[in-house]
Structures are given as structure tokens and as C-alpha cells.
Design a protein around this ligand. Sequence first.
Ligand code: 5GP
Length: 189
Amino acid sequence: MKALEEKINNEGRVLSGDILKVDNFLNHQIDPIFMNEIGKEFAKLFKNENITKILTVESSGIAPAVLTGLQMNVPVVFARKHKSLTLNDNIYSSDVYSYTKQTNNKISINKRYIDENDNVLIIDDFLANGQAVLGLLDIANQAGANAKNVGIVIEKSFQKGHELITQKGIKLESLARIASLNDGKVTFE
Ligand code: 5GP
């Protein structure tokens, strides 16, 4: 998505550890008009997949997920993150290692909001090593839902998430694909 690449070039900042900061429009301040364009793009890419529900993880996935849900006219469910979890029969949960925070989190979704009738589209802000998406896929599988589609706003293609997801036969669409962040410079694929 050309407009996204331009926005990353103009407003993104590269930090050490291969982290791209886009707090200006995605991760802290949100540009709703631009996020709506992102929603339109995902809706176009997945329009033939009979999606019934969008899944994401709090908090940075929520903005692109909601605007995609608005365009596709389907509900959006975000998994909650917990440091530890007391035993609870009403939730599906999965362990996710956070790339940016270098901590383990449990993510969970209440059983009320996902079931075997759902055909889910997973949306997230970034794809790095794929742990957040794999956690959501795990939850969808536990619920017996169909999960064959993933939409990512910014993929860091030099990390291993892309391969981990596509090798499962999943359709992965990333709106910007970054080949490297070397020397503080963003190079797209
Ligand atoms: P993964 O689970 O694919 O290893 O990492 C994806 C998650 O880590 C995303 O949900 C995002 O919140 C965070 N993340 C990974 N890399 C970056 C990055 O370069 N910049 C920002 N802002 N977040 C990132």
C-alpha cells in the first residue's frame, strides 16, 4: 500500500533492536482517516473469504481491526493480555512471547465470543516473529473456528513470522513489507 509506505517514510522512526516506531498514526496517536483506508484495503483483499469475525490482540491491533470490521460489517473481538491467569473455564487462552517487551503473556478470549461457526480473519499492527498471530490461531483452533486468513499492517519480512504463518497454508496479506531496518533506514521489499 503506497500511502502506508509513504507514511512510514515520513513519520516512522527506527529504534535499536529492529523496532520501528509509528506512534504518530498507529501505536499511540491514531489517525482514524488513514486507519479507515487501511480497513478498506483489508476489506478488499479478503472480500471473497466469507469472514464472519475479526480477531486481534489488545491494544495496538484494535484500531486497524475495528476499521476493517466496519468495512466488512462483521464484529471484532480482541484478545486480552494477562501476566498470569487464575483458572477460568469460560476462556480460551494461549501463551505469547512479546517481541517488543521481551516478556511472556497469556492472551485470552471469552468462549462466548468465538465458536465453531466462525470464519475468522486475524488482523494485527505488526508481524515480527509471528507469536501474536500464532497465539490467536491457537485460540481459534481451540474454539473449532475456521482461521485461514491473516492481515498485517506492517510486516518485518526479515523476521520469521511470515514463514511460520504461510507454511501453515494461511493466506497472509501485509500492507507494507519491510526488508530491513539496517542503519536506521527503512527498506521495503
Ligand atoms: P510477533 O508476535 O510477530 O513477534 O510480534 C508482533 C507484535 O509485537 C505486534 O503485535 C506488535 O505489537 C509488536 N511489535 C513487533 N515488532 C514491532 C515493531 O517493530 N514496532 C512496533 N511498534 N511493534 C512491534
